[in-house]
Write a protein that binds this ligand. Structure first.
Ligand SMILES: [Zn+2]
Length: 255
């Protein structure tokens, strides 16, 4: 079940030494269609985490939660596409991509984000901890969603992805609640910082702010942040809660 779509011309050693990011995705398709897409000609990922309740997974003879390695970690997979984080673009070069089976849909401009299965999330956690232990260059703020690095283009792994629960297990970043509450009180009393200030914080944290100079671009940026760090409301509107979460994250990881 190995994907054929890797870069044969990249030296194994140099790729291995350069992995700095872990990127999560949802498949927006069942196991069978995901396998066929991820082992086809256009996209690939290092790992696929199925959902045990998916009929197509059961029909393919599986009964337990497994994780499939589709592309060797020493090979570049094609999961991120046009992407940016901090001063790096084209994150396929420097990341491990994990696809998670989830039937998220986008119809007539409306997203539907079904929850992830608990066993599936346990498998994601175990896989992520294993990867992070082997690649110390992947810091907490470099554990990302596709939506973080492809703003306005991607929404996966979506607001149902349990970023906070994974953080509590040692995967990825989260803000300190007390620090966040202080910022929140401050912003409720005196108003949220001006957009230019908030853009500096987004940029400092790693988000690509280059397309956020107009209202549409700014909204996309805010929504991308909310999908990860304020999933209860990801409408793209900046508010005191979103600004406080952002300020608390920056003060923690980029003081
Ligand atoms: Zn994706």
């Amino acid at each position: 079940m190995k994907s054929i779509n890797y870069n044969k011309y990249r030296a194994v050693q140099s790729f291995n030494g350069r992995i700095r990011f872990l990127v999560f995705h949802y498949t927006a398709g069942n196991f069978a269609s995901s396998i066929s897409a991820l082992t086809g000609a256009n996209v690939s990922a290092h790992y696929l985490v199925p959902d045990i309740t998916d009929p197509s997974y059961q029909q393919s003879g599986h009964t337990t939660q497994e994780v499939f390695g589709l592309v060797d970690e020493t090979q570049r997979a094609w999961h991120a596409g046009v992407s940016q984080w901090g001063n790096r673009n084209n994150l396929n070069d420097t990341s491990i991509g994990v696809e998670i089976v989830n039937l998220a849909t986008f119809d007539d401009g409306v997203f539907n984000f079904p929850p992830y299965h608990s066993e599936q999330i346990c498998a994601v956690e175990e896989l992520a901890l294993n990867i992070l232990a082997r690649y110390p260059d992947i810091g907490p703020t470099q554990v990302l969603g596709h939506s973080d690095i492809a703003i306005g283009r991607k929404s996966d792994p979506g607001p149902m992805f349990p970023w906070h629960a994974l953080y509590l297990k040692g995967v990825g970043a989260w803000y300190d609640d007390m620090v966040r509450d202080e910022f929140f009180q401050q912003y409720q009393t005196s108003g949220i910082p001006p957009r230019a200030e908030l853009l500096k914080l987004f940029k400092k944290y790693g988000y690509d702010t280059s397309k956020a100079s107009d209202d549409v671009g700014y909204r996309n940026l805010v929504r991308a942040f909310q999908l990860h760090f304020r999933p209860e409301n990801y409408n793209g509107e900046m508010d005191a809660r979103t600004a406080a979460n952002l300020a608390a994250l920056v003060s923690r990881y980029f003081p």
